[in-house]
Design a protein around this ligand. Structure first.
Ligand code: 2AM
Length: 222
């Protein structure tokens, strides 16, 4: 029994292949650098600094994440609720080690995190845990009312002292505002897509052309 419990990973997820990791990192870096120069961003700078006069270098503000991935199930080596059930799902067993194309449809930045939204296909949804959104309810009350798969993302950077689990919560917050019809104020058309502001330092760039990212469904033991 002990062996079985310790054989569960830290998390399951789709791991981006090396070439596409570089592309995603470059694209998000471009976005962050451009965002930093926009008047609209400067107008809301206090969201990031807490002070009116202070400047912020977004490139330095976030620290990078190791291997880019989209978490499906955080198992915490079996301690997380539903970890064992997830690992035993037929789809998880069958598709373990298979290749997928993830569609990265938006980039978002908040004072806590940078991430990419992943728009899952029906096939990919077979690997998505049914309660992933509901689990974030204490942080985002409307989370459970959002469509399944809403939380899917790739974490790209975290501010000092912020855990990567925050990236999905930040995304859910933005999507909850969209759902409530607080659609975000369209700030400008950028080369990469349209940029909208959702208040409190939350920015979402809907990509004109989603990034197609090759990824392998696997797990990480840490
Ligand atoms: P992420 O998916 O936003 O990157 C190891 O910590 C990985 O599991 C990270 O990728 C992290 O966030 C994710 N993670 C950590 N705690 C989590 C939780 N409670 N729920 C879902 N994902 C979590």
């Amino acid at each position: 029994v002990l062996l079985e419990e310790t054989s569960l990973p830290l998390f399951f997820g789709w791991f981006l292949l090396p070439g596409i990791q570089d592309k995603v990192r470059c694209t998000s870096m471009d976005f962050i650098k451009t965002l930093d120069t926009l008047e609209a961003f400067k107008k809301h700078l206090t969201d990031f600094t807490g002070e009116a006069e202070k400047e912020v270098d977004l490139e330095q503000y976030f620290s990078a994440i190791g291997a880019l991935h989209c978490t499906t199930k955080f198992c915490d080596y079996g301690k997380a609720e539903g970890a064992k059930e997830y690992a035993e799902k037929p789809a998880v067993k069958e598709l373990y080690g298979s290749a997928f194309e993830l569609s990265l449809s938006a980039l978002f930045v908040t004072p806590r995190t940078v991430g990419a939204r992943v728009s899952l296909t029906e096939d990919q949804m077979t690997l998505w845990p049914a309660d992933a959104e509901k689990e974030a309810e204490s942080a985002v009350p409307a989370a459970a009312t959002l469509p399944a798969g809403s939380r899917a993302h790739v974490s790209l950077g975290c501010a000092e002292g912020v855990e990567p689990v925050q990236t999905g919560i930040d995304l859910l917050e933005i999507l909850a505002l969209q759902q409530e019809g607080q659609g975000g104020e369209l700030v400008e058309e950028m080369e990469l897509g349209s940029l909208a502001y959702y208040g409190k330092g939350r920015w979402l760039l809907s990509l004109r052309e989603p990034i197609s990212a090759q990824a392998c469904f696997s797990s990480h033991y840490g």
